[in-house]
Design a protein around this ligand. Structure first.
Ligand code: KIV
Length: 286
């Protein structure tokens, strides 16, 4: 699968043409339960979406953009406006992957009606296919309310970063028998309420496998198990943009190091008057 790039003369930036690709659908994602593993990454910008699109089944506009893009201390201050702006950019930059957008903290927990108002706004303003929300048994009624009204919902159980203050940190979950049982109940409740898929984050590996067996929808793991129906990572983490990451992150690149080296070279050339060179300057008309 490939995307054709054309040059937009008004912006001097390459934009992919939509023709060669057909976007996957939410039912196609749900049908992958127990089959070929689903590939999901976060994306927050149009250009990154262009680069990831043909490799991924789903792109998640995660509220992790709070830390990754905005330098915030947690996901809690993220707003619906931020999610809409980045969500629309990712939809514009993709033609194949299903785009899912996180509902930010405080925009959906109050009532099913509040969740519907936020989710319908997010889908209308971005063109994304579905929303993700955090929480287990207590959010089941909301998941059912949205699903019955035509809004595809991806659940998120286990380590739920929006609950960092209640959980006391970002440590792995499910180590005690009581926590293990609660997380299984959470996953079952969300699946029975109609979630088309769910993220299971930061749980002990046997618990992740138990959840995969316990629910009928695809389970996307992050810090979970290779036995999950798919995997997700934060794109900047897997590209090595940060010095410190969670244990469950595998760095496939060292972009922080490469950017630093490239900028060091540039700075040296500017200071030595070696940049711009003859190839980068305009000759007068002959
Ligand atoms: O916000 C996010 O990026 C997420 C993923 C880590 C699953 O929720």
């Amino acid at each position: 699968m490939s995307t054709t790039f054309t040059l937009d003369t008004s912006t001097s930036r390459a934009h992919p043409t939509p023709a060669p690709m057909k976007r996957l659908t939410v039912p196609a994602i749900t049908a992958r339960k127990g089959k070929e593993p689903l590939v999901m990454l976060t994306a927050y910008t149009a250009r990154m979406a262009q680069l990831l699109d043909s490799h991924c089944d789903m792109l998640l506009v995660g509220d992790s953009l709070g830390q990754v893009i905005y330098g915030l201390p947690s996901t809690l201050p993220v707003t619906v406006e931020m999610m809409c702006a980045h969500g629309a950019a990712v939809v514009r930059g993709s033609y194949h992957a299903v785009v899912i957008i996180d509902l930010p903290f405080g925009s959906y927990e109050g009532s099913p009606e509040q969740a519907f108002a936020t989710a319908s706004r997010v889908l209308a303003e971005t063109g994304a296919a579905g929303v993700k929300l955090e929480g287990g048994e207590t959010m089941a009624e909301t998941v059912a309310f949205l699903t019955r009204r035509g809004i595809p919902v991806m659940g998120h159980v286990g380590l739920t970063p929006q609950a960092v203050n209640a959980l006391g940190g970002y440590g792995a979950r499910g180590r005690s028998n009581a926590e293990h049982a609660q997380i299984i109940d959470d996953a079952r409740a969300i699946a029975e309420a109609g979630a088309f898929s769910m993220v299971v984050e930061g749980v002990v590996e046997p618990l992740a496998r138990e959840i995969v067996a316990a629910v009928g929808c695809p389970v996307i793991g992050i810090g979970a198990s290779a036995e999950c129906d798919g995997q997700v990572l934060v794109i900047d983490d897997m590209l090595g943009m940060f010095e410190r990451t969670a244990r469950f992150v595998k760095r496939y690149e060292d972009f922080a190091g490469r950017i630093s080296a490239a900028v060091e070279t540039y700075a040296g050339e500017v200071r030595a008057r070696e940049f711009p060179g003859p190839e980068q300057v305009y000759a007068p008309k002959p």
